[in-house]
Design a protein around this ligand. Sequence first.
Ligand code: F6P
Length: 363
Amino acid sequence: MKKVLITTGGGDCPGLNAVIRGITKRAAKTGEWQVWGSFEAFNGLMEDPPRLMQLNESNTAGIHVQGGTLIGTTNKGNPMRFPVKKADGTIEIENRLPLLIQKIKNQGFDAVINIGGDGSQEISQALFEQGIPVVGVPKTIDNDLSSTDFTFGFQTAVQVASDSLDRLVTTAASHHRVMIMEVMGRNAGWIALYTALSGGAEICLIPEIPYDLEKVIDRIKSRYDDGRGFVNIVIAEGAYAKDGTITSTKGEEGRQAVKLGGVAFTLSQQLKDAGLEADIRETILGHIQRGGTPVAFDRVIASVFGVKAMELVLDGKFGQLVVLRNNDFSSAPIKEAISTYNVVDPSGTLVQAAKGMGMCFGD
Ligand code: F6P
């Protein structure tokens, strides 16, 4: 029997279990491949003795409807930048890639399927360049990978956020309040934009369009002046005001520069400091967007990603990432996926359609 190793790395994401089940089912059909999972990304494999779990059709049965990941995940312990505490208490960063390669070989794995975001795929690419047969599966609720039209988990995050916005609308209307709802997405505004469109928010603030506070205030006032008397704002965690110091939301520079989270409170304070006379409330959805059962669309693409990943292994097509492009499933070089970053295009169809319906982006 041949052996394939599966890992799930980085933040969890609805659909991870569906990928694991898809791989396991496809491998079982060959009758020639065993599937093993390493707990908490590659950490389980690196331990002595290794913490691994053999996956089969019975222990993965029905897991596609469950959130989280059966084999755990972590964003700590990247083997390429492993933090080691020295005797004097200082932390030294070690490259443990050679050790990881040795462990993969020692355990007799013939292939690796690494399910994760850009950080995990950086590890996939490095392993591939060192001769390890690796296939990648893209994972993030943020939908910010340009190599695929959609990542699984994104639609679930949007559904959770959209349901929450529906609930905020009725309380906003009853109290004539300004509701500010913050959603995830790192430095991409996809979750915010889809949620605002789905829920009909009046204002949507995203990192790709730094907002002008005056324009936001004008829009809020107009809602009170025209008698509707309440406002719903969706703000992406990476959004910031035009006069902020951040100059780029693209690439690594932008990702490092933006301080994520808590922006609902920042905006609320900015509105109050500007003298806006309105009752304002803030909601930060946080990790609720990542938990629980995936919606049907995410289950479907995650399951197909799993099957396709195993088929890439069977076909010996390594260094590839499974992707969904133009309504079809295919693959792309992992290298390509980690070098480009997909953010909302301010002049693209979605933003323009939202503007056409009167949504304010603060620009
Ligand atoms: O990348 C997925 C994501 O959920 C982002 O939207 C968010 O900024 C980040 O991860 C949160 O990370 P953590 O779970 O480490 O707080």
